[in-house]
Ligand binder design. Structure first.
Ligand code: ADP
Length: 627
């Protein structure tokens, strides 16, 4: 089955690394890394360039020392060959045992030695026996060995002076046969002294010359003299000691690497005499002087190079740190800008959502408002209708009494009218006048009753609240119920000041009182005592008045007391009660700014007390009125 190639996904490690970008911790790590990199790089570069410079300088000096040494040694290279053709020496070779010839040759050699500035010149047999010499001497032990090996030069120690001298050999021949050898001895101590002097002046530069046995025979540092360049084990050390090439004991190992190559610098550590801080780091370079079998080694102090590399490294670290900090600053700035943009976008979104929410809530509120307005309108309409219905119910109750109230005066009027006619016919005008006065009073009374009925039947919303005489309202209400009260023999006690005017609307206040009085009359219908007490008591420092209507009826039970102000709650038989009177009365009192309450009378009394409070408009001090 061939699996389709999926697009390359970044590896989890890369993802993690990408996620790390942008975190301050990572940036600090990056800064540290850049610092370390800067440190290492600057150190490497500075050290490398310092080493290159030092190496170039050292190579130049090495060449100078080499040519110096070669020139010193080569200065007298032609001297032996010139001496070889000297007749005195020729004569000596022909008669080597001839004493005068030897003396003559010795004198000549002494002269030449002085003039040429060499150390010694002597002539020896091929076996190494001295025939003539510039001064009395014994041939060095190495001479025999050098002659046997056919060498043209060698170094040998002089135990007397403690120096290593250079010997230049020139073979002499007689009839193509080896007849002897001319030996010129140089002392290299003066040259070495200049190196020591140079070394003392230039602390950073040291030089040494090692022979074919890797033993230092010349050095600007005296402590290194006759030391082994690399490393000598005890047997080699013993052999070197026994060779009698060196005037003093073999020194300690310098431990220079044996693989030092020409022109190539190598870092080594060498102990310096008197150096308290142990071995010193140095750059070693060497040059072979092949014809002489010597090695010239220059050692340059690396302290300064290392110090400069150290300074450069700290500079590099500072540079790396500043780059890291710059990256940190730029990335923090970028992150802050991104957060700002995100916050702005979120704010814009939240603002838009809020506006949307406000719009939708406003629409909901408008709908609710409209619904409420409709409900209120409906309720007002219903209340108006109920009010009217209640009035009609009261009117219905009153109709019987009314017909009685009106029929009685009408009958009386008719009787009085007939009586007046008869009195006129009999010529008694005074009696007629008295009759007419009674008739006028009766008509006045009837017109008062009908006008009350008219105002009661009118709808309430056309009327306005104002200052109303409470006593007048009480009297009017009692008048409306006069028929019933008279029938039952009601005893009314009115304790209301005549000068008290309350803030109300007269018709509606009368409607409330008619309701309360009517209920009281109904409650006392079956009682022996039928007493109605209406009282006005000042409240709140005379700013308000509490109107109470008390009866001595049977009252209501505790359960019914809770339900008195419920619409359509009635205990009266069907056709008599609607259960709306108290509801409407409470509402009217509420509209006047008061509260209607009901309570059962206690303390040995029976009956109910209905109370409501009203704002007082004026309260003039007058005498109490009793009906
Ligand atoms: P209605 O008179 O049409 O029944 P109301 O709201 O005026 O309606 O009265 C409700 C009920 O409260 C009456 O049926 C009656 O039982 C009771 N009630 C009102 N006033 C009194 C009172 N003074 N004494 C006893 N019961 C009363």
């Amino acid at each position: 089955m061939v699996v389709p190639a999926s697009p390359p996904h970044p590896r989890p490690g890369v993802l993690r690394a990408l996620r790390l970008l942008g975190r301050p911790g990572f940036h600090l790590f990056l800064t540290g890394l850049l610092m370390a990199l800067g440190f290492v790089l600057a150190h490497r570069l500075s050290e490398r360039s310092g080493l290159e410079q030092l190496s170039a300088l050292s190579t130049e000096r090495l060449e100078l020392y080499a040519s110096n040494l070669a020139a010193e040694l080569g200065r007298h290279a032609s001297l032996p060959s010139l001496l070889a053709i000297d007749p005195t020496l020729q004569a000596l070779l022909q008669a080597p045992d001839d004493e005068p010839a030897r003396r003559a040759a010795s004198r000549m050699l002494a002269r030449v030695n002085v003039r040429a500035g060499t150390h010694q010149i002597f002539v020896a047999t091929p076996q190494g026996e001295v025939l003539a010499a510039s001064e009395a001497l014994s041939a060095p032990t190495r001479l025999t060995e050098a002659l046997a090996q056919g060498r043209v030069h060698f170094f040998a120690a002089d135990p007397g002076t403690g120096s290593t001298d250079f010997y230049l050999l020139h073979p002499l021949r007689q009839a193509s046969q080896p007849a002897g050898v001319i030996v010129v001895r140089f002392n290299l101590a003066p040259l070495e002294a200049t190196w020591v002097d140079l070394g003392l002046r230039s602390q950073g530069e040291r030089i040494l010359v090692a022979d074919d046995q890797d033993v230092v025979i010349m050095s600007s540092v005296q402590a290194w003299k006759y030391a082994v360049l690399d490393h000598a084990d005890p047997s080699r050390r013993q052999a070197l000691q026994a060779s009698a090439r060196y005037p003093q004991a073999i020194g300690p190992d310098l431990d220079l690497p044996a693989s030092l190559e020409v022109q190539q610098g190598q870092q080594v550590k060498l102990p310096l005499p008197g150096g308290a801080a142990g071995a010193k780091p140095m750059l070693a370079q060497q040059r072979q002087i092949v014809p002489l079998g010597l090695r010239l080694v220059a050692l340059s102090d690396l302290t300064e190079v290392r110090q400069r590399a150290q300074y450069a490294a700290w500079g590099g670290a500072a540079f790396g740190a500043s780059i890291g900090l710059l990256v940190l600053y730029l990335s923090s700035r970028r992150r802050a800008l991104r957060q700002l943009t995100q916050t702005q976008a979120a704010l814009r979104q939240a603002h838009a959502q809020l506006e949307q929410l406000v719009d939708s809530r406003t629409a909901e509120l408008r709908q609710t408002n409209d619904a409420l307005k409709t409900q209120i309108a409906q309720r007002l309409k219903t209340e108006g209708e109920l009010l009217q219905a209640s009035k009609l119910a009261v009117l219905g109750q009153m109709s019987a009494g009314l017909s009685h109230e009106v029929n009685q005066p009408l009958t009386a009027l008719r009787a009085l009218a007939r009586n007046s006619i008869r009195l006129l016919e009999s010529g008694r005008p005074d009696a007629v006048s008295a009759n007419l006065q009674i008739m006028d009073d009766m008509v006045e009374r009837m017109s008062r009753i009908t006008s009350q009925l008219k105002s009661f039947a009118r709808k309430a919303d056309e009327q306005v609240a104002g200052a109303v005489a409470l006593l007048d309202c009480v009297r009017n209400a009692l008048l409306l119920l006069e028929h019933r009260s008279r029938t039952l023999g009601l005893q009314a006690e009115i304790d209301v000041p005549a000068g008290l005017r309350v803030r109300a609307e007269a018709n509606r206040l009368e409607q409330v009182l008619v309701n309360l009085f009517g209920n009281a009359i109904d409650a006392m219908r079956n009682e022996a005592e039928r007493r109605l007490i209406v009282r006005a008591t000042a409240q709140d420092g005379g700013r308000r008045v509490l109107v109470s209507v008390q009866d001595c009826g049977a009252g209501v039970g505790a359960a019914d007391l809770q339900r008195l102000f419920e619409p359509f709650f009635t205990t009266k038989p069907a056709g008599e009660g609607l259960g709306l009177g108290l509801v409407i009365s409470a509402k009217i009192v509420h509209e006047f700014g008061g509260t209607l309450r009901a309570e059962r009378l206690g303390n040995g009394k029976q009956g109910m007390s209905f109370e409501f409070d009203l704002a007082v408009e004026t309260w003039e001090a007058t005498e109490q009125a009793d009906v």
